[in-house]
Design a protein around this ligand. Structure first.
Ligand SMILES: [Fe+2]
Ligand SMILES: [Fe+2]
Length: 287
């Protein structure tokens, strides 16, 4: 396992533990055919510790630093397939009941989208949506890679998971960030809003010139549960955001509810996905 064994950096056993906790918070509606193990009513202690760190340290200043560090995209040059294989090195498979290699989560997501007859760019979005998690391999702590994302520079919504932990965030006592709109104008659009830093925003910048708008919204906001599930922060959104969030919501079940212990045959599926990658994201990309 690459993630350092340090509770300040890695309170989660692995990155999947955050997504497992999402299933506890947002269980699939009955009758949809998928079976998941029972989730205890309370989050695991590691998940609470994870959000305690996330909410304390995701400040406007922190995000500015990370954007300056990563958005020039000068860390690596890799094809999409190479990035998938790189991400796979993150996996701890000491507990095979819980952990699936990341590449399998990506392919299970993509295959479910494909089975439902969606367009090719939508299938590709499923395949790549979590590649930004390679931030962990660049040494970022878990709380700066995964977890629900949310706007900074304005009041933290009470509907963000564990809102009480924002008391430790220095931004929460800044008067300029404490009104509902904070530093923003009503209806300014989410593109103008600084979101907490994580794998969504990073991957968005890697692929932003190559995919249609709905795909970019799915990638950029798929972890933004306070908006796409809780419907908070509507006053920051513009007309395009409202329209495009229907795509983010269409994507979410494929992300959350397609994990299964059934293995996917990566080698057999590879030619289909190599073609798909070549269609939209050929060659090496800047990461
Ligand atoms: Fe994700
Ligand atoms: Fe995902």
């Amino acid at each position: 396992m690459v993630t350092p064994d340090n509770p300040q950096i890695a309170p989660l056993r692995d990155l999947d533990e955050w997504e497992d906790d999402l299933l506890r918070r947002y269980p699939e509606k009955p009758g949809t055919g998928h079976k998941f193990r029972d989730y205890e009513a309370e989050a695991r202690p590691g998940v609470r510790d994870f959000y305690r760190l996330n909410h304390r340290y995701q400040t406007m200043e922190f995000v500015r630093e990370k954007r300056a560090e990563y958005l020039p995209l000068q860390k690596r040059s890799m094809t999409v397939w190479e990035a998938m294989e790189f991400l796979n090195t993150l996996v701890d498979d000491s507990d095979p009941d819980i952990d699936l290699p990341q590449i399998e989560h990506l392919m299970q997501t993509a295959e479910a989208i494909r089975r439902d007859g969606h367009p090719r760019w939508f299938i590709l979005t499923g395949l790549i949506h979590d590649l930004g998690k390679i931030l962990c391999l660049f040494g970022e702590p878990q709380w700066a890679v995964v977890g629900d994302t949310y706007p900074l520079g304005c009041r933290f919504s009470e509907k963000i998971v564990y809102p009480e932990f924002f008391a430790d965030n220095p931004d929460s006592t800044r008067p300029d960030y404490s009104s509902p709109l904070g530093i923003y104008k009503e209806g300014c659009g989410l593109d103008q809003v600084t979101m907490s830093w994580g794998h969504d925003e990073y991957l968005y910048h890697v692929v932003r010139n190559h995919l249609p708008a709905p795909a970019l919204y799915m990638i950029r906001y798929h972890s933004c549960y306070p908006i796409h599930k809780e419907e908070e922060y509507g006053y920051l959104m513009n007309e395009q955001d409202r329209e495009m969030f229907s795509w983010v919501r269409a994507f979410n079940p494929y992300d959350l509810y397609t994990k299964s212990s059934e293995r996917v045959d990566v080698a057999a599926l590879r030619p289909f996905y190599e073609d798909l990658i070549d269609e939209y994201l050929p060659g090496r990309l800047a990461w």
